[in-house]
Write a protein that binds this ligand. Structure first.
Ligand SMILES: CC(C)(COP(=O)(O)OP(=O)(O)OC[C@H]1O[C@@H](n2cnc3c(N)ncnc32)[C@H](O)[C@@H]1OP(=O)(O)O)[C@@H](O)C(=O)NCCC(=O)NCCS
Length: 274
C-alpha cells in the first residue's frame, strides 16, 4: 500500500498535466479507489486516542479520479445519467440490502448488514455493519459512519470534497441521528449518542451540557447521551439574537439503548446472505 500511496502523491503533485488519456495514472487511481470500495482502506478513522486521522492520499486519489475519468452516459428506462464515476455493484454478495431509489457510488464502502433505503452514499464514505441509512438520507463523500447506526429519514451527512474541508464527519457506532438532522464540517457524534430530530451540528457549533450550562465542545456530541438542537442568547452591537447550539439533555448508561432508538428487527434483517 505504501508504494501506491507514493504513486498517488506523485500524481497529485503533477495533477495539472493529467487527463483521461493517461492510462497509467488511471490504473494507479483505480487501484486506490478499489481499496476504498472494498473497505481495505478508508479515508479517515478514529485512532486509539480518540482523534480522527485522515489519510490524505486517499482523498487525493478521489479527486484525481475526476481528472482521469471521462463522462459516460448510462440509460435506465426513461432515465439518462452522465457521470465520471460508476455506481457500486454486487450488493447481495456483500450482504447489503439496497431498496430501489438508493444509490451508492463506486469507492464508497458498505459493510455487511447495511440497509440503504432510497438514499445516497457518495464516494469515499465508509458505512459500518448493520447500519440503516433511511429514506432520503445522504452520506457525503468521505463521511465515516460506524456500525449499528441509524441515520433517520432525511439526515444530511456532509462530505469533504466539495467544499474541501480537512476532517470528515464521523458518526460512531450505535448512534441514532434523528430525522432531518444535518452534520457538517468535521462534526462528530459519539458512540451510542441519540441526536434529536432536526439537530444541526457543524464543526463549530457549541455543544452545551444542560445540567451545568457548560460548553463541553464545539461540534462534538459525547458518547452515550441524548442531545437536541437548541439556541443560546448572544449579544451583538446590533442587538440580542439567538444562535443555534446543541444541548446535551442527559447521559445514558454505556450500552443503553434509548426507547426511541429501538428499531424493528423484522425490518432490519437484510435477508441477504453473502
Ligand atoms: C431527542 C429525543 C430522543 C428526546 O426524547 P426523550 O428522551 O423521550 O425526551 P422528551 O421527548 O421528553 O424531550 C425532552 C425535551 O427535549 C425537547 N425535545 C424533544 N425532541 C427535540 C428535538 N428534536 N429538538 C429540540 N428539542 C427537543 C422536548 O420538548 C423536551 O423539552 P421539555 O421537557 O421542555 O418539554 C426525541 O425527541 C427525538 O427527537 N427522537 C428522534 C426521533 C426521530 O427522528 N426518529 C427517527 C425515526 S425514522
Amino acid at each position: 500500500m505504501d508504494t501506491l500511496e507514493s504513486a498517488v502523491h506523485e500524481l497529485w503533485a503533477r495533477r495539472g498535466e493529467l487527463s483521461a488519456d493517461d492510462a497509467d495514472a488511471r490504473a494507479t487511481v483505480t487501484a486506490a479507489i478499489e481499496l476504498l470500495d472494498s473497505g481495505r482502506a478508508r479515508v479517515a478513522e478514529v485512532d486509539p486516542a480518540g482523534e480522527v486521522v485522515v489519510h490524505e492520499w486517499l482523498r487525493e486519489a478521489i479527486l484525481l479520479l475526476f481528472l482521469v475519468s471521462r463522462v459516460t452516459t448510462t440509460e435506465l428506462g426513461p432515465f439518462e445519467f452522465a457521470d465520471k464515476i460508476p455506481l457500486k455493484r454486487d450488493y447481495a454478495a456483500q450482504g447489503v440490502r439496497v431498496v430501489p431509489g438508493a444509490s451508492a457510488r463506486w469507492g464508497a464502502f458498505l459493510e455487511a448488514g447495511v440497509i440503504l433505503m432510497p438514499s445516497y452514499v457518495n464516494i469515499g464514505a465508509h458505512v459500518g455493519a448493520d447500519t440503516l441509512v433511511d429514506t432520503w438520507a445522504t452520506v457525503g463523500s468521505c463521511a465515516q459512519v460506524g456500525a449499528r447506526v441509524h441515520l433517520s429519514g432525511g439526515v444530511g451527512v456532509g462530505g469533504v470534497l466539495e467544499p474541501p474541508n480537512a476532517v470528515p464527519v464521523v458518526v460512531e457506532d450505535d448512534a441514532l441521528v434523528g430525522s432531518r438532522s444535518m452534520l457538517t464540517e468535521g462534526a462528530r457524534v459519539g458512540q451510542g449518542a441519540v441526536l434529536g430530530a432536526g439537530t444541526i451540528l457543524t464543526g463549530s457549533m457549541p455543544v452545551i451540557e444542560a445540567a451545568t450550562g457548560e460548553q463541553i465542545s464545539r461540534g462534538r456530541v459525547p458518547a452515550w447521551c441524548v442531545a437536541v438542537g437548541a439556541s443560546r442568547r448572544r449579544e451583538f452591537p446590533g442587538g440580542e439574537f439567538f444562535l443555534p447550539c446543541v444541548l446535551v439533555l442527559r447521559h445514558l448508561e454505556v450500552g443503553e439503548r434509548h426507547d426511541k432508538a429501538q428499531l424493528n428487527q423484522i425490518l432490519r434483517a437484510t435477508g441477504v446472505v453473502p
